[in-house]
Design a protein. Structure first.
Length: 134
């Protein structure tokens, strides 16, 4: 079993929609990431009736940071239909801001075909934006 299989299984393990309250649903979208040190962290989306929810990717990243890590090697997102999906724009930006090498994060776009992409390919002009922040 390769690492993408392990990541997919980690995301699938928590992949089930559930109603938390009349205002919150969770688990329709899940994610799992592999850190540079080899640990896997997962997360679920938390959808709220307001804008206070959290994407599965940011939830997994928060789990990683809570455990003292901040460098992602690979990430996979599992949509409600069980197929993989690309991270949303907010999550792409969030990942890119983690460290200077974040552009090298590998993202699984299509688990069935094995198609991956680097984060910097999804945010090709990010370095131009970044220079305004300094």
């Amino acid at each position: 079993m390769d690492i993408w299989d392990k990541l997919y299984q980690a995301a699938e393990k928590v992949h089930h929609s559930r109603v938390i309250s009349p205002f919150i649903d969770a688990g329709a979208v899940t994610a799992a990431l592999l850190t540079k040190s080899g640990n896997i962290y997962g997360g679920v989306c938390i959808d709220t009736s307001s804008s206070l929810g959290m994407c599965a990717k940011r939830n997994a990243i928060a789990h990683m940071i809570t455990n003292g890590e901040s460098r992602i090697n690979k990430i996979i997102v599992v949509a409600p239909d069980g197929k993989t999906a690309s991270p949303c724009g907010a999550c792409r930006e969030y990942m890119m801001q983690l460290d200077e090498h974040s552009g090298e994060i590998q993202i699984m776009l299509d688990y069935e075909s094995g198609k991956t992409v680097l984060l910097k390919e999804l945010l090709p002009n990010w370095s131009e934006y970044d220079r305004f922040l300094q």
